[in-house]
Design a binder for this molecule. Structure first.
Ligand code: BGC
Length: 431
């Protein structure tokens, strides 16, 4: 094997996969689980016209009401040990996971010691296996009491969240290597307050901005709270980065791509620059931005903005596959001068037809950025397991490991084995 055919990653590069509590644990009651109950029928009904024929044929479960109810999910809450055996077996040296706020603090004035103990066991299990831990604190889920006080539109949620974060830092400071207080606040705001598809289903720029500002403040305060408990803790953002392209290169789209790109990609990172020890980039797809004269909200429609996808190379969710987009975003994120970790990147691919190529091509572009001097230190594939994909439910299959939702049996996909070799070798062989 000549050196030409291998791309060697930096020493101590972190290799792993990510999950989030709500998407895999099962048995959770919170704002989402309540929302599902009243929306599952609607989502199954809308699916009949929303999805394309090839999608309905390939994933007929799209039409089932049960698909939209998270229920026991992958039962990771009870099977985490079995799943971490897989993490080890697949040669991951790092793992990203989240905690469920509604379990730990089911009521405003009640911390559940049993659940704290449970998560201590979970984190300890990873530590015993010498796995580096990335912990996300809030992955979009609010306990019912937070929902009832107005969620992130209410400033009080900021101080409540800070108290919660301080407690976590005290409890788990010895077990967590990297903290990510918030997962992709931009996505949450877009989906829950602009597009209005997710709870609380608001469509208002004004309210979106209010919630967004509160989330930014919550992030800053969380950073301080963790540092107060453990000054050496590494705390950083997990940021959904979209590569934005002007649709059909039209002048109006070209003019607007820059400001839109700023709001979608950089506004948040700019505003928290001083409270970011590292940057977590999460990359899935590229959007071709089109400005229309029709003001409309809905899937893929944000007022005058339309998100288009002319690419033929797509995932099961019809998201375009454009690995080079990750390269451009990493290069731009380098301006902050912080270490970068790709804390999510993945695709829905039920039959594992594209995942191997997807992983390799994204790694090639990450490597290119590294070779041009950008300090990228890790890659986490989304996801370790098939999981509950929010308002799409269970049909999108993101896992390196397949989950049979009837038997809950795990089956390692072929792409996971290819990725496992890359993790072990710390290099990628290219043809
Ligand atoms: C989120 C995950 C989600 C994934 C795929 C990410 O933005 O953090 O929760 O499953 O995208 O849609």
């Amino acid at each position: 094997m000549s050196d030409k055919n291998i791309l060697i990653f930096p020493k101590n590069f972190l290799w792993g996969a990510a999950t989030s509590a709500y998407q895999v644990e099962g048995g959770i009651t919170n704002e989402w689980s309540e929302w599902e109950k009243t929306n599952a029928d609607r989502l199954a009904e809308e699916a009949k016209t929303y999805y394309q024929d090839w999608q309905l044929k390939k994933m007929p479960e799209i039409l089932n009401r049960e698909n939209y109810l998270s229920g026991q999910a992958a039962d990771h809450y009870n099977r985490y040990k079995e799943d971490f055996v897989l993490v080890e077996k697949l040669n991951h040296n790092a793992h990203r996971l989240s905690l469920e706020w509604s379990r730990i603090q089911p009521e405003e004035n009640k911390f559940d010691e049993k659940e704290i103990e449970h998560y201590r066991e979970v984190l300890l299990d990873l530590k015993r296996r010498k796995i580096i831990v990335f912990l996300t604190i809030w992955h979009w889920l609010n306990p019912l009491w937070v929902r009832d006080q107005g969620g992130w539109e209410n400033k009080k949620t900021i101080s409540d969240f800070k108290k919660y974060v301080s407690r976590l830092a005290e409890e788990f400071g010895d077990l967590v290597d990297f903290w990510q207080p918030l997962n992709e606040p931009g996505t949450y705001i877009g989906m829950s307050y602009i597009q209005g598809s997710w709870p609380p289903q608001v469509r208002s720029f004004w309210r979106a901005n209010k919630a967004f500002k509160n989330l930014m403040e919550a992030y800053r305060q969380s950073y301080q709270a963790i540092k107060q408990v453990k000054a050496s803790a590494q705390v950083g953002m997990s940021h959904y980065a979209v590569y934005n392209i002007p649709y059909k290169n039209k002048l109006i789209n070209r003019l607007l791509v820059k400001p839109i790109d700023y709001f979608r990609n950089w506004r948040f990172l700019d505003s928290i620059d001083k409270t970011n020890d590292f940057i977590g980039i999460q990359f899935y797809h590229t959007d071709h931005l089109n400005i229309t004269w029709k003001f409309k909200f809905g899937r893929g429609r944000w007022g005058f903005l339309e998100l288009k996808n002319p690419n033929q190379d797509v995932t099961d969710m019809n998201w375009d596959i454009y690995p080079e987009g990750l390269y451009h975003l990493i290069k731009r994120a380098a301006k902050y001068g912080k270490p970068i970790y790709v804390t999510e990147n993945g695709l829905a691919d039920k039959f594992d037809e594209k995942r191997t190529r997807f992983i390799k091509e994204h790694l090639i572009f990450i490597h290119r950025a590294i070779s041009e001097g950008v300090d990228v230190r890790g890659y986490f594939h989304w996801s370790l397991l098939d999981n509950f994909e929010w308002d799409k439910g269970f049909w999108p299959r993101f896992g390196l490991v397949e989950v049979d939702y009837q038997t809950l049996e795990r089956k390692i996909r072929n792409s996971a084995l290819v990725y496992a070799d890359i993790c072990k070798n710390n290099y990628l062989e290219i043809e």
